[in-house]
Design a protein around this ligand. Structure first.
Ligand SMILES: *[C@@H]1O[C@H](CO)[C@@H](O)[C@H](O)[C@H]1NC(C)=O
Length: 204
């Protein structure tokens, strides 16, 4: 089994009209044994920028701490928040720095940029960025997430329809993956508010 699959994870981000959504499952396991059912893989960087980290749980936490530190230094120096594009380049550079002994994480970055244009992006463990206009997925459930998102996604959804769509895509995908599950965390971000919801799901 790959080191990326040890703890299990499902991560997805979707773009709507002037908004975006990012969601993950809640399971933390060691192979097939479940350790926790309330694990956080999605982190807020600032009000309009979120980071999801799939892969090894401990590396996700380390990478998150280092990224929060770098973003705080940026805020102090520049007296402003980082743009999502800039943050994506920072994550990419920090991963590539460890090219020959990488963090076992595949990040998903979602944010609202200038004039509140949504930005989503994913990358591999050595920071090769993959930009998308519609949705990005990562984690052990990524194969089933690709299928679900491909059939459920519509362009220009409002925040309510986006919540419905991303939740259905997540819940149906994690049912097809033994290593992720136990419900989900969903964040819907519009220019004026952030909504966090917890989804209940199958407990097996
Ligand atoms: C993830 O998997 C590793 C490797 O099996 C395990 O040692 C660890 O306890 C799990 N959890 C975290 C948070 O890394």
């Amino acid at each position: 089994m790959s080191i990326f699959e040890y703890n299990g994870s499902a991560l997805v981000a979707m773009v709507g009209k002037n908004c975006f959504a990012i969601a993950s499952d809640r399971r933390l396991g060691v192979q097939l044994q479940t350790i926790a059912t309330d694990f956080q893989r999605i982190f807020k960087i600032h009000d309009k920028l979120f980071l999801g980290l799939s892969g090894l749980g401990s590396d996700a936490q380390t990478l998150h701490q280092r990224l929060v530190f770098r973003h705080k230094l940026y805020q102090l120096r520049e007296e402003r928040d980082m743009k999502p594009e800039t943050f994506a380049s920072l994550v990419s550079a920090m991963l590539y720095e460890k090219r020959f002994g990488p963090y076992f994480c595949q990040p998903v970055i979602a944010g609202l940029g200038e004039d509140d244009k949504p930005f989503i992006c994913t990358m591999d463990s050595i920071g090769a960025k993959e930009l998308a206009k519609d949705f990005v997925v990562a984690g052990t459930a990524s194969e089933s997430l690709y299928g679900a998102c491909e059939s459920m996604f519509k362009p220009d959804m409002d925040h309510e329809e986006l919540f419905e769509t991303i939740s259905q895509a997540l819940v149906s995908s994690i049912d097809r993956d033994c290593l992720s599950g136990w419900g989900g965390h969903v964040y819907i971000v519009t220019p004026t508010e952030v909504t966090e919801r917890i989804l209940k799901g199958r407990m097996d």
